[in-house]
Design a protein around this ligand. Structure first.
Ligand code: SAH
Ligand code: DHB
Ligand code: MG
Length: 224
């Protein structure tokens, strides 16, 4: 098992060195989070790049993130946006949000990204599909127990053909002794959702393996 972990680490290093090298802004964002005693639970660089590539593939112009922490995944995602693109990121912890804003500013993204402080369920209920249009991509990455609620509230805000992404959806769902983990319920809800076409993809982390549940929103009438 330990040997397997070190092989996974090597795979992640290989992929990251070729395709997800951190620039100064990303590196500093992680350093800043350590200085501020924040948990080391950001996406890995390789998963950050996966988020970015997914956003680029669908030509995302409006992105919603649930769970900001220090803005590390936010930077990867916001860099996929065109000049007029916007990202809204929801965070319950005001101190984390301040760190994220500093990190985003260092990355030159302060114009594109807005960090909203408060419980995400409340912030979500205030978000409406505005004249600017619905979201092209929603990244769910806050408290795992509420993932199913986030999905329910986010669905009406996502355009058809848009993506709903759920982080940390693999090890807990399979190995957590608490059989009804939040992400396990999320995975089941997504799998049964008539308007989502999905696949759970294993992703590499420094610590080992995790999962990103990738869903495309479609009209249920179109489902194959
Ligand atoms: N997306 C980040 C990591 C997010 S960690 C990255 O990969 O870089 C999860 C974050 O969700 C934490 O910052 C935590 O404070 C926040 N969070 C937890 N419960 C929340 C809630 N109810 N509403 C909004 N944010 C919440
Ligand atoms: C953990 C990792 C995450 O990406 C997250 O959003 C929450 C927790 C973890 O490893 O504990
Ligand atoms: Mg996560």
């Amino acid at each position: 098992m330990a040997e397997q972990r070190s092989v996974l680490k090597e795979y992640d290093r290989y992929i990251s060195a070729l395709f997800a090298a951190e620039d100064n802004a990303l590196h500093s964002a992680r350093e800043e989070m350590l200085r501020e005693d924040m948990p080391e639970i950001s996406v890995s660089a390789s998963e950050g790049k996966l988020l970015q590539v997914l956003a680029r593939i669908i030509g995302a112009r409006r992105i919603l993130e649930i769970g900001t922490l220090g803005g590390y995944s936010t930077i990867w995602l916001a860099r996929a946006l065109p000049p007029e693109g916007k990202l809204i990121s929801l965070e319950i912890d005001a101190r984390y949000a301040e760190v994220a804003r500093r990190n985003l500013k260092r990355a030159g993204l302060e114009e594109k990204v807005e960090v909203r402080v408060g419980p995400a369920l409340e912030s979500l209920s205030r978000l409406k599909v505005t004249a600017e249009g619905a979201f092209d991509l929603v990244f769910i990455d806050a408290d795992k127990e509420a993932y199913v609620n986030y999905l329910r509230q986010a669905m009406p805000l996502v355009r058809e053909g848009g993506l709903v992404l759920g982080d940390n959806t693999l090890p807990d769902a399979v190995l957590d002794p608490a059989a009804e983990s939040g992400t396990k319920r999320y995975n089941a809800a997504v799998s049964a959702h008539p308007d989502l076409d999905s696949i759970l993809v294993p992703v590499l982390r420094g610590k080992g393996i995790d999962g990103l549940l990738i869903s495309v929103k479609q009209s249920s009438a179109l489902k194959t």
